[in-house]
Design a protein around this ligand. Structure first.
Ligand code: ADP
Ligand code: ASP
Ligand code: MG
Length: 427
């Protein structure tokens, strides 16, 4: 529970600032924390679906919008939310100042549309806090000191702005206010009896975010782990404890499986008939990395036929598919053909307890088999198993695996005897 004089970073997502009523509600929550004695920095997202609308408008103008100009365009959404919330707070008798990412000192590299934060120069925020004022920061954006251009941090990036500011300011907690009451054992929109998790370790949350649980952006979780920032993910509409994301050493004993996650916004590229010789994989994936394309699942089989040609498949975010195919084409004569599946699905199961319990993978495959769901690719980490499956089968797969591992509301979970790690209410 934040104490008087603590710095608290509160982040409100798109649905939480969708219209005037929601903005006033978020403003009230920020003011309540200020009146409880905290020094408050609030990071806001663009209203409702306004980022999607800006993206759609860009594609009405151009088939391949320029990335620098895309960032100029998309960064406006968050500025609007901050200016409006600042007006609401000022009307409530408090002084608030809204800042762009650049004014707030968020310095990034210059990879437009998925820039990384390289420094946070928080002097202006600290000065403003010392004047007893509330600071509102436009999420999802920064500035590259190399190119002097505005950048954005990838979809969902306001989470990362919030965590980076919490780290730079030594905040006691980074509160992520959203449209669900915490992190659940599966997306509650797909699995109605999904269970809210009181505590999740950074490691589990990393795997969950990486495999599609967009409730927290992957980079935000990485940043939080690297800088030991406690995250409290909670509802902006109800004053309830949410989910704490903490180091593994501070979480209680976990069940074998914690959550089922999914994604249906990935694509697959298959490079058919690749020469089976040293250096080819390095060439392909080096070029993709150079083009800033994140590759997820990769499969390559040793050729069995005499022609020594292999087939290599990998998955990428759907938005990266055009770049990925351009990159492969640019490598010239390395294969016979390139095939793409624009829409594939993925279902994953995550749990720190899986490390020491064999048999989880077999059970996942059996459940999918019983549901006649075909597994097209498999990848594993010590605490995650992911299966690429047809996109239309994703909701059914998530529900069946969630039920088979009994992760729902009636799940039996180990007690936290000390009660120390139960989230506390501050707002
Ligand atoms: P915000 O706009 O507040 O940043 P997001 O849409 O990015 O919110 O993330 C919240 C959404 O994440 C929820 O509405 C929910 O549908 C989805 N979600 C997916 N997986 C999970 C999960 N395991 N737990 C909670 N929410 C999840
Ligand atoms: N507005 C941006 C998006 O929709 C960033 C965010 O909401 O975190 O992706
Ligand atoms: Mg989000």
């Amino acid at each position: 529970m934040p104490q008087r004089d603590d710095i608290v970073v509160m982040k409100f997502g798109g649905t939480s600032v969708a219209g005037p009523q929601q903005i006033k509600r978020a403003a009230r929550r920020i003011v309540t924390a200020r009146e409880a004695g905290c020094r408050v920095v609030a990071v806001l997202s663009a209203r409702g679906k306004s980022t999607d609308e800006l993206v759609a408008t860009a594609y009405e103008i151009s088939d391949k919008p320029d990335a620098r100009e895309m960032d100029m365009l998309l960064s406006t959404g968050e500025r609007i939310s901050c200016a409006l919330a600042s007006m609401a707070i000022n009307d409530m008798g408090h002084k608030a100042v809204s800042l762009t990412g650049s004014q707030a000192g968020i310095v990034t590299d210059s990879s437009h549309t998925k820039a990384r934060i390289v420094d946070v120069r928080a002097d202006r925020i600290k000065e403003t806090l010392s004047l007893e004022q509330i600071v509102l920061v436009a999420g999802f954006q920064g500035v590259s000191t190399d190119s002097r251009d505005v950048t954005t941090l990838g979809r969902g990036g306001s989470d990362t702005t919030a965590v980076a500011l919490a780290a730079a300011l030594g905040a006691s907690v980074c509160e992520i206010y959203t449209d669900v009451t915490g992190v659940f054992s599966a997306d509650p929109r797909i699995v109605p009896d999904a269970r809210k998790l009181p505590v999740v370790s950074y490691e589990e949350m990393l795997e969950m975010s990486a495999s599609g649980a967009k409730v927290l952006q992957l980079r935000a979780v990485e940043y939080a782990r690297n800088h030991a920032v406690p995250i409290h993910c909670r509802s902006s509409f109800e004053d309830l404890p949410g989910t704490l994301v903490l180091p593994e050493s501070e979480t209680m004993e976990r069940p074998i499986v914690t959550a089922v996650t999914h994604s249906d916004d990935e694509s697959r590229v298959t490079v058919v008939g690749v020469r089976d010789e040293p250096g080819i994989a390095g060439l392909i994936f080096g070029a993709l990395a150079e083009a800033n394309v994140n590759v997820d699942v990769i499969i390559q089989n040793e050729p069995v036929a005499d022609d020594a040609l292999a087939d290599l498949s990998f998955t990428v975010e759907r938005g990266d598919l055009p770049t990925a195919t351009e990159v492969i084409d640019s490598l010239g004569d390395i294969s016979n053909a390139v095939r793409t599946d624009e829409r594939i699905g993925k279902v994953s199961i995550v749990g720190a307890g899986m490390r020491s319990h064999p048999g989880v993978a077999a059970k996942v495959f059996e459940v999918l088999g019983e549901g006649k769901i075909n597994i097209e690719m498999i990848s594993t980490s010590p605490i995650k198993i992911s299966c690429v499956i047809p996109a239309d089968d994703v909701p059914r797969a998530v529900r069946s695996i969630h039920a088979a591992f009994e992760l729902g509301e009636n799940a039996i979970v180990p007690e936290d005897p000390t009660g120390e790690h139960r989230p506390t209410v501050s707002g």
